[in-house]
Design a protein around this ligand. Structure first.
Ligand code: UD1
Ligand code: CA
Length: 454
């Protein structure tokens, strides 16, 4: 028998979100909000947590995978009923109950809750907070000695009770022996006709048990996502934490309030992030990189000293050390740039591999292409990769030179060290070390302009 089980409540739909997606799968800073709660459950050192699922349970279960055990609550008759569904899955001495829609609680706060529960020998210890606008949270009613006596839900509260600023965060530690039998005795005589978990406070007090509370000084820890406005507030707090952590690890932000960085992103030290940058997904940035204004990176891996110039967009791409991209470059999925590669302004790449030191400095489209080391691609070069049916490949071998305004009609290969003259349309392979030229020779008509003006 382990010492602590964790239950995460996630069966509700979250109607106030006005969404086709169940509430706990809404995303903040790149992850479903319930994933933050799962992290906490893992950090607090419990065995695999028990998640109570109901609405869209297949979607919730597949998002969580093997990080939890599941209990189904069908239909959803309230938070008390939800916890009761776990009766056969919980056997530790104590149980910590979290909400799948409350993602910002700190580990230290949960540890304090658990410590106080032990120290005071409580049957139940809950987390509360004091709010200027207690809104729809359950109100904490204390007795004359200041002990928590009961909780009244906002919808059941009298006007006097509604004015109470101390509210229930929805996070509890119970002695398991006092939990399930008492849940079986709950009634639904309340404004919502539900089994309220919160009714257990009064039940336990009446039975002579101790109920304690930890008041968190930082209400954001208990912010529950019930609406889009709450979701935005949660996202901005996660953003604040992400950026604070990155700064602590040695990343410079020129204006931290303007960046959007998923909690899944890593950035190496001595990298500099300019304003209005968005970095998402599994992106990993190395040390000493520069990320200029307006850059948008999605699932990108960058080595050290990579320079992302203004306005560059990159997705599902890999960029090796000392490369430089942009301004206004677009790296589409399957791009891999070797070391010291330069991809300049208004260059678009897709499924393109650039060998070390290759350059495409201006206004090009390079798709379905293998570009060798030290290749130089002139301005306005286009790989004509699509014949209307199939995508075809262009290969440019090491050290080749492609003159400006060249069309490479794929499938085609330019051999090692070969030159393609500017303005050429290349439809056949170019042998190594040769020159290919396909433009029509220039004609000169002497005195033509003068004659025309007369
Ligand atoms: C609940 C508390 C309230 C507290 C608030 C804090 C009750 C009765 N009220 O209210 O005192 O201030 O949380 O955030 O507990 N859920 C289920 N099955 C159900 C109902 C809910 O699994 O049948 C889950 C929801 O998915 C959600 C969590 O329980 O993750 C809380 O439910 P919600 O309906 O949001 O409760 P609140 O009204 O916020
Ligand atoms: Ca809630």
């Amino acid at each position: 028998m382990s010492d602590l089980d964790v239950i995460i409540l996630a069966a509700g739909m979250g109607t106030r979100m006005k969404s086709a997606t169940v509430k706990v799968l809404h995303r903040a800073a790149g992850r479903a909000i319930i994933e933050y709660v799962l992290d906490l459950a893992a950090e607090v050192g419990a065995a695999s947590p028990v998640v109570v699922v109901g609405h869209q349970r297949d979607a919730v279960q597949s998002a969580i995978g093997d990080r939890a055990r599941f209990c189904v609550q069908e239909p959803q008759l309230g938070t008390g009923h939800a916890v009761l569904m776990t009766a056969d899955s919980v056997n530790a001495r104590r149980v910590l109950i979290l909400s799948g829609d409350v993602p910002l609680t700190r580990l230290e706060t949960l540890q304090q809750l658990l410590a106080q529960h032990e120290a005071e020998k409580n049957a139940l210890t809950l987390l509360t907070m004091k709010l200027d606008d207690p809104a729809m949270y359950g109100r904490i009613i204390r007795d004359d000695n200041g002990a928590v006596m009961r909780i009244v839900e906002a919808k059941d509260a009298s006007d006097a009770e509604k004015r109470i600023g101390e509210v229930n965060a929805g996070i509890y530690v119970f002695d398991t022996e006092h939990l399930f039998d008492n849940l079986r005795g709950l009634s639904t005589k309340n404004a919502q006709g539900e089994y309220y978990l919160t009714d257990l406070i009064a039940v336990l007090r009446k039975a002579g048990h101790r109920v304690g509370a930890v008041i968190t000084p930082d209400p954001v820890e208990a912010l529950g996502v019930n609406s889009r406005a709450d979701l935005a507030a949660v996202e901005s707090e996660i953003q604040r934490r992400v950026v604070a952590k990155l700064m602590a690890s040695g990343v410079t932000f020129r204006n931290p309030n303007t960046v959007v960085i998923d909690s899944t992103v890593t950035i190496g030290n001595d990298s500099v992030v300019y304003p209005f940058v968005t970095i998402e997904g599994t992106t990993k940035i190395g040390n000493g990189c520069v990320i200029e204004p307006g850059v948008h990176l999605i699932n990108v891996t960058a080595g050290d000293n990579v320079h992302f110039k203004s306005g560059t967009v990159a997705e599902e791409s890999q960029i090796d050390d000392d490369a430089s991209v942009g301004p206004y470059a677009h790296l589409r999925p399957g791009t891999h740039l070797g070391t010291h590669v330069k991809v300049g302004n208004f260059v678009e790449t897709k499924k393109a591999v650039f060998g070390n030191g290759a350059k495409a400095s201006h206004l090009s489209y390079i798709g379905d292409a293998d570009v060798g080391a030290d290749v130089n691609i002139g301005a306005g070069t286009i790989t004509c990769n699509y014949d209307g049916v199939n995508k075809n490949k262009t290969v440019i071998e090491d050290g080749a030179f492609i003159g400006s305004d060249t069309q490479l009609v794929a499938p085609v290969r330019v051999g090692k060290g070969a030159y393609v003259g500017a303005g050429s349309t290349i439809t056949k392979d170019v042998p190594p070390d040769s020159l290919a030229l396909s433009r029509t020779p220039q004609k000169i008509v002497e005195g033509w302009a003068k004659k025309k003006k007369k």
